[in-house]
Design a protein around this ligand. Sequence first.
Ligand code: URA
Length: 217
Amino acid sequence: MKVHHIAQQNSILNKFLAEIRDVSIQKDRMRFRRNIERIGEVLAYELSKELSYTSKEIATPLDIKNTQLPPKDIILCSILRAGLPMHMGVLNYFDDVDNAFISAYRHHPNNDLDIEIEVEYFASPSIDNKTLLLIDPMLATGKSLVAVYEGIKRYGKPKQIHIVSAIGSEEGVEYVKNHFPANTELWIADIDPILNSKGYIVPGLGDAGDLCYGEKL
Ligand code: URA
């Protein structure tokens, strides 16, 4: 699996990442959501360079221009609820594609270290022979992504998979590398060294869902 670690090269993305991590700036929920959305936009732009384009003649008021256009057979798939702002960022660029939503949550049947993923709700079109963009802002253990992928397989076999993520742990990236098929690429803004015993990425940013939408019971 090809991993594109975008923050390895300096760009304006660094500022968006710094702001979502910064404990004083992240108190502004609207800014936090918008920064996650902006990271989704940057990653959408980066991955758009790897898609297969087709030529089309466009009529301007003055002449014909031969242009290269990206494919439309793309499905954006996000995990509720933390995935929503990043989903909107990617959708801002791939604005006319179809969408899938899945609910997944972690629970700890025995103790903090014991993480199981429950996948419950699916709303998806066919993904057969499509380009699937799986969006997960926090790639912590990688288990949610793998559970979602296992679940969404009932909607078909994608020809290409792109995973889009803001921050991952080294361990999560390894897990995903070992559990996704070869036709998968990972587009990730930044990768952090530690996954703590509660499944949080360190230094990370905290709980992305809570920072976007408030704490849940
Ligand atoms: N989900 C989050 O929101 N943060 C983490 O650090 C890990 C998973």
